[in-house]
Design a protein around this ligand. Sequence first.
Ligand SMILES: *Cc1c(COP(=O)(O)O)cnc(C)c1O
Length: 400
Amino acid sequence: MIWYPYEQMKGMKAPYKIVDAEGVYLYTEDQKLIDSVSSWWSVIHGYKHPELNRAIETQLEKFAHVMLGGLTHEPVQKLSDKLQSFLPGDLDHCFYSDSGSVAVEVALKMALQYFMNRGETGRTMVLALEHAYHGDTFKTMEVGDDEDYHFVLKAYGESKYVVHIPTEISALEKAFETYHDKMNCFIVEPLLQGAGGMRMYDVSFLKRARELCDRCGVLLIFDEVATGFGRTGNRFVADLVLPDILVLGKALTGGYIGHAVTVANQKVFEGFYDGDPAHALMHGPTFMGNALACSVALKSIELFEAQDYLSKIRKIEEITRREMEGFTDPRVKEVRIMGACVCLEVYDPSTLKGYQQFAYRRGVFSRPFLNCLYAMVPYVIEEEELVRVLQTMREWFGGR
Ligand SMILES: *Cc1c(COP(=O)(O)O)cnc(C)c1O
């Protein structure tokens, strides 16, 4: 039997069985649903996209996978060249993994080893944000700050290697004052904190973080597994403030195959590049650089560029603001909108109980979590479909 994610299996509501998917739609045996979640925020071009399908089919005729240990191939070379030119600044060195969590692990490992390679053995700490989510593996849980994982705290106690701060400049400055020579990196989900509750904050915080990291020699890591490829209305938040290490996942392959990448700048790469074998990055996921994943990721980026997705995303934001204008309800604490993300935060999570079934009957798939009723739609959504998603959210509260 299947052990499903994030669920108490005892008494779990049966999941909807999907038999087909195309464009923004998921099909069950008896219903057609707009996927307002984009399969955990990854399916930006919609399902069964002819060009993405073709990219995989074409590669499949050659080979599905070969390892990157001692071997290389065209799809991974082409994708790396593409990322090097597509990404801002000198984020040029691509290390591939099979999931976002692992790619964040790699980023944290890079940051620590960067200083160990230089003999700065005192820099063992990581600065991170309150309400952060960076994945489900152990180190990513440790730098994260999500109530779901508090059993780890119960088992191990507070980590002495991670400090969490709120997204306030004063807290940031204070943390740097206290820990500037003990930290190896500051890791953030820039502008939009996803799984920790769809929290949004200002770019001025990131600009100040960049200054302080520069001044104290601390590496800045952007976990853009969720925000990358347009979600915030920017291609990458890294276009606004340049990190030393950038992590991409989720939408990297257009949601087709699990794959992620940790991209290091020149300075970080050079921290490993010397005559000492012990200074190598000792990491290598079995399926890193999978040829099918790289082929579809390359095509996904080409579509993103050729079809001007940023203006599609601006349109999504505009429609969302228009439809949510004037919406208030005593149960709703705040309505937050950024790019192609909208979140209604409620005071009491029980307010959202039954919403999924309510939305299902109206032809929308939704999966509220914590206090958040949210939508992160595929960018190819039509206006009338988006309006249906948003109206369904309003109707739940008895709006029109
Ligand atoms: C989803 C997510 C991850 C983890 O990615 P997986 O592919 O699920 O391991 C890490 N960081 C952020 C910001 C995410 O949203």
